[in-house]
Write a protein that binds this ligand. Structure first.
Ligand code: HEC
Ligand code: HEC
Ligand code: HEC
Ligand code: HEC
Ligand code: HEC
Ligand code: HEC
Ligand code: HEC
Ligand code: HEC
Ligand code: HEC
Ligand code: HEC
Length: 307
């Protein structure tokens, strides 16, 4: 009970609840029939699908159904249970989570955060999504058998609703297999916030990549400084028009940093392509024709990333 009152206090929507209950100091009135009362009318999917989810596990004392059932989330709503006068709409519940809800997003999220305030949600406050007023219910669906955002295969579609740029990137010729469900946005991003921008799961960009690209973690006898520092100096994460998710094609990629008055900065002319000794810096894998170990080398004489 004390916990429930704490929720009520946490919600700045309290005023709304208060008027639906009566005087300010009266405790909120919950339907004694619990879920049964609501399910009498809300007896069809999607409303009833919640019964097949962990939230409806009454035996688990942490769940809403072990508490005031539907009203744990939708708030104490005695007026909603009263038959409206002929021709008038039914009074709303105290809390609604749908688009256009009269409750603010902060009020809605406070309901969920009452229980989900540890573990992964601990960094929610002040995170990019919290700051942008994105609701828990914008990503999570409660009245479904299986929440899409928790499924690798369907998750991206949820994110793409708002992140159109990433949708476009994920369709480019070179890309992480996100649409195939082999990599999920949540492999690299923590939607609930974190200390590493932009919402990365790793302690650095590289630490975000290493769990799957472990062979590039090193340590290498001969490091290539930029690969140790930041994979995104050369690679896009979501998609690219260049092979290998590269931001820029070689030789230009390498020449962004290597300007020595030596072969590395020479572009030579296109006419050299037809030369009897074809231009090795430009054809095939370009600089990587010789410098194949761009991520670092463990060969004793790999100092120039040649082997
Ligand atoms: C006597 C029938 C009846 C009972 C009992 C009932 N509802 Fe409703 N409820 C309705 C009807 C009808 C609507 C649709 C109103 C509309 O679309 O204008 C509705 C709409 C809703 C909505 C969507 C609109 C809103 O207010 O956000 C929610 C949420 C809701 N009910 C939750 C509940 C909960 C929780 C309970 C139990 C405490 C409950 N209902 C009990 C008939 C009922
Ligand atoms: C009264 C406490 C309570 C409230 C309020 C609550 N939850 Fe939960 N939720 C739980 C418990 C308990 C579980 C089961 C956790 C487990 O099994 O480890 C759960 C599970 C979940 C899961 C995982 C579901 C799955 O299929 O694995 C999601 C997502 C979730 N809640 C989101 C929400 C959102 C969004 C809200 C607000 C609209 C919310 N919860 C409100 C207690 C609550
Ligand atoms: C931007 C989309 C997004 C938003 C907004 C969001 N979530 Fe999630 N949530 C996810 C994704 C993706 C997962 C699964 C992977 C993960 O944990 O990152 C998840 C997992 C969960 C889980 C189950 C796994 C766990 O952490 O135990 C719970 C519970 C949960 N979220 C609660 C919440 C609550 C509460 C809010 C609002 C404060 C919220 N989420 C807001 C995307 C979101
Ligand atoms: C864990 C919190 C939670 C619980 C418990 C819960 N709901 Fe909901 N309800 C939501 C959220 C969030 C939405 C928004 C749509 C969605 O996520 O599926 C919603 C949407 C609805 C809607 C549609 C609202 C609209 O305006 O169209 C109805 C009706 C509803 N719930 C009724 C119920 C009933 C009946 C119960 C109990 C059997 C219940 N809810 C239990 C969180 C909850
Ligand atoms: C309801 C809309 C919405 C949904 C759904 C959504 N986001 Fe967001 N997201 C935003 C907004 C708004 C921002 C903050 C403004 C911005 O940077 O675009 C944001 C910011 C982010 C950022 C940080 C960007 C930065 O520059 O710091 C990441 C990463 C992100 N979202 C990933 C995700 C992922 C992953 C999902 C799906 C699990 C998701 N978002 C779902 C609206 C959404
Ligand atoms: C392989 C890891 C990885 C995956 C998978 C991934 N991202 Fe990212 N994302 C990153 C990295 C790293 C950055 C920051 C550097 C960059 O922009 O390349 C980023 C940046 C972002 C940004 C901020 C962009 C900006 O311009 O500030 C958003 C938003 C975002 N990602 C959303 C998503 C969404 C949505 C998905 C799923 C469809 C997704 N990401 C999948 C690694 C990933
Ligand atoms: C969840 C695992 C996972 C994470 C995390 C991950 N990747 Fe990948 N990456 C993959 C998979 C799977 C492929 C596709 C391999 C294939 O097609 O053979 C891939 C392919 C690539 C490719 C080659 C693309 C091509 O077309 O050959 C590059 C470059 C790449 N990832 C860079 C990164 C970077 C940079 C990060 C960190 C920001 C990262 N990856 C994080 C799983 C991951
Ligand atoms: C200096 C630029 C540069 C940096 C920094 C860099 N890469 Fe690469 N990466 C490349 C080039 C160039 C290729 C293409 C190699 C080829 O064609 O032989 C490549 C290819 C890849 C591939 C494809 C498979 C392979 O091994 O050839 C993956 C995966 C990859 N990089 C991941 C990463 C990760 C993860 C990081 C960060 C630890 C990273 N890269 C940092 C330039 C870079
Ligand atoms: C973001 C900048 C950057 C990019 C892009 C880059 N490099 Fe480097 N590279 C460096 C730095 C810094 C060093 C270390 C130089 C030093 O120690 O003097 C280095 C060292 C090298 C060395 C060893 C040189 C020596 O003096 O031992 C080779 C070879 C090399 N890079 C090749 C490449 C190739 C090939 C590419 C394109 C795939 C590339 N680099 C892209 C920054 C870059
Ligand atoms: C035909 C093979 C070949 C190609 C193609 C090639 N290199 Fe080299 N590169 C070498 C060799 C061999 C060395 C070592 C020379 C030495 O140790 O004196 C070297 C040395 C370097 C160095 C170190 C220079 C220094 O001052 O120590 C850099 C940087 C470099 N290459 C960058 C590039 C870039 C960028 C490209 C693409 C434009 C490229 N290389 C293409 C063979 C090649």
């Amino acid at each position: 009970m004390i916990r429930r009152l704490a929720v009520a206090a946490a919600l700045s929507g309290m005023a709304l609840w208060v008027c639906s209950v009566g005087a300010a100091d009266e405790p909120p009135v919950y339907d004694a029939k619990g879920a049964e009362g609501c399910l009498k009318c809300h007896d069809k999917p999607p409303d009833t699908l919640i019964l097949q989810t962990p939230h409806a596990m009454q035996a688990d004392s942490r769940t809403p159904f072990a508490d005031h059932a539907c009203e744990t989330c939708h708030g104490p709503s005695p007026e909603h249970l009263v038959k409206p006068p002929e021709g008038e709409p039914r009074a709303p519940t105290a809390m609604s989570f749908v688009r256009g809800s009269r409750n603010t997003v902060a009020e809605q999220n406070a309901v969920c955060l009452e229980c989900h305030n540890g573990d992964h949600q601990i960094n929610w406050k002040g995170s990019a999504h919290d700051f942008a007023d994105v609701g828990c219910a914008s990503c999570h669906h409660i009245h479904v058998r299986k929440d899409e955002v928790l499924e690798k295969r369907y998750q991206a579609e949820v994110c793409f609703e708002c992140h159109a740029e990433q949708r476009a990137q994920s369709l480019l010729p070179s890309r992480h297999p996100i649409l195939e469900g082999l990599t999920a946005c949540s492999d690299c991003h923590n939607s609930h916030g974190g200390i590493v921008q932009p919402l990365l799961t790793g302690a650095t960009i590289n630490d975000t990549c290493y769990p799957c690209h472990a062979e590039l973690r090193g340590p290498f006898l001969w490091e290539h400084a930029p690969a140790r520092e930041d994979c995104t100096l050369c690679h896009f994460s979501h998609g690219s028009v260049n092979q290998g998710l590269l931001k820029v094609r070689a030789p230009f990629l390498c020449q962004e940093c290597h300007m020595a008055p030596y072969h590395s900065s020479s572009l030579y002319g296109g006419d050299r392509l037809a030369n009897p000794t074809p231009q090795r810096e430009l054809l095939g894998r370009s600089c990587m024709n010789c410098h194949s170990q761009v991520h670092g080398s463990n060969h004793p004489s790999g100092v120039r990333a040649l082997r």
